[in-house]
Design a protein around this ligand. Structure first.
Ligand code: NAD
Length: 418
């Protein structure tokens, strides 16, 4: 049984919620334990990074109501920010009546960049490289037979002459289908192995040989129709279209618009053990690919007066490699989403980004962002002021009602109540 529409989940205790999600996803006892405790032991952490001292915990929640390409998906999200998970669930719920999220993806192709310097005839060198494309691909593929056996490997070669303050350089892009891997290690290994051969072909000197995080060939897209009557009427549709129009042209607005998208995208990336920095570098550089920084999503009004949201972003994530397989919590979270390949995960990222973005825009267009955000934030402030047990909710709700949420006020309310 896979369901994402679980009403009232927020009213249950954390352990009851986990029980429902575990039953829904067929999680084993170990997987449940991994979700509950953060997933890794100190010993495991010690093998993952250097100079380990301990573990740093971030809350793991689950977003509900997602219907993606007709499939109900529960979405684990790791985030320290209040209201993100509630907003994603809310945005996803409002997409249901219009059919949920419809996604598409490109092939999982990443670019490895090789910088060739010191050539007298860069245009000639460029052609010399392109003429040996097949040999270059063969040599690169030899470095990763496992990837090739999974249907991946080199799918193309590009070379351009780039002007720089240190003179012209030839920049070679090796295009590699990374299948279910994020691919950084895979393509870096290939690029490093090719460097001497490229030097031999060009007579130049290779410096950089590394992945580009601008993964513009590995794109995930999602769109959804939000029916006007579901989201608060035609005025809300117009307000969101107006907000989108600004984010499409103004980098100051686009930065915050995209930050809202990444609230969801990064939380899922983190929960699956993927590289959040790679995803963020990819998203923001893609947003600036036309020379000006702009929004990753667009909202329009269709013929029926409903809101159509669409998003497109690079999805350099894997279900093998990096920490994805060694982190038991990451594996459990992939299982909760029913994800078996990297392509599925890219579709989820795009859908979550759109739901998150829509929810924020709708809040901005209606009651403003602070109301929902601050009532959750109020609980944290109450705890900071020393509230315990039932005091937390009571102080938080008083502060939220007064719209005065700060530690001093929380302390006053605590004093009055004790
Ligand atoms: P990886 O090398 O651990 O795993 C990828 C390998 O898994 C492939 O090369 C292939 O040999 C094998 N494999 C097995 N089954 C596969 C399948 N179904 N599809 C594809 N490959 C399969 O990891 P990676 O994905 O190459 O690199 C990811 C890691 O690199 C992350 O930890 C990331 O943080 C790190 N990294 C990132 C950057 C960057 O983004 N700039 C730079 C360096 C390292």
């Amino acid at each position: 049984m896979k369901m994402s529409r679980i009403s009232g989940l927020y009213r249950l205790s954390a352990s009851d919620r986990l029980k429902i999600v575990a039953e829904n996803s067929g999680l084993s006892g170990d997987e449940v334990e991994a979700m509950k405790t953060g997933g890794i032991t100190l010993d495991q952490a010690d093998k993952m990074v250097e100079n380990v001292l301990g573990l740093f915990a971030v809350p793991l929640g689950v977003a509900t109501n997602f219907v993606i390409d007709g499939r109900e998906v529960l979405i684990p999200m790791a985030t320290e920010e209040p209201s993100v998970i509630a907003a994603a669930s809310n945005g996803a719920r409002m997409a249901i009546a219009g059919g949920g999220f419809v996604t598409s993806t490109t092939q999982p192709v990443m670019r490895a960049l090789i910088q060739v310097t010191g050539v007298e005839d860069p245009y000639g060198a460029r052609q010399a490289i392109l003429a040996r494309a097949e040999e270059i691909a063969g040599r690169a593929n030899e470095r990763d037979p496992m990837l090739v056996s999974h249907g991946g490997g080199v799918v193309g070669l590009e070379a351009e002459v780039v002007a720089s303050k240190r003179g012209p350089m030839v920049v070679v892009h090796l295009l590699v289908d990374c299948r279910d891997a994020m691919g950084a290690n895979a393509v870096n290994t290939m690029a490093e192995a090719l460097a001497p051969f490229i030097e031999e072909i060009t007579g130049g000197r290779v410096y950089l040989r590394i992945i580009s995080n601008l993964a513009d060939l590995r794109i995930a897209r999602a769109r959804a129709v939000f029916l006007a009557e579901e989201i608060g009427g035609p005025e809300v549709v117009d307000a969101i279209v107006m907000a989108s129009a600004l984010a499409e042209v103004d980098p100051y607005r686009a930065a915050t618009h995209n930050k809202g998208i990444m609230n969801g995208v990064t939380a899922v990336t983190m929960a699956t053990g993927n590289d959040t920095r790679a995803i963020e570098a990819g998203a923001h550089s893609y947003a600036a690919r036309g020379g000006a920084y702009r929004s990753l999503s667009v909202y329009e009004k269709n013929r029926d007066g409903d809101l159509v949201g669409s998003i497109e972003l690079p999805a350099a994530v894997g279900t093998v490699g990096g920490a994805t397989r060694v982190h038991p919590g990451a594996r459990a979270n992939l299982k909760v989403m029913g994800i078996i390949c990297a392509d599925d995960l890219g579709r989820v990222l795009a859908s979550v980004g759109l739901a998150q973005n829509f929810a924020a825009l709708r809040a901005l267009a209606t009651e403003g962002i602070q109301r929902g955000h601050m009532s959750l934030h109020a609980r944290n402030v109450a705890v900071q002021a020393g509230a315990i047990g039932d005091e937390i909710e009571s102080v938080a709700s008083k502060m939220a009602a007064e719209r005065r949420i700060n530690v001093d006020r929380a302390k006053e309310l605590l004093r009055d109540g004790r």
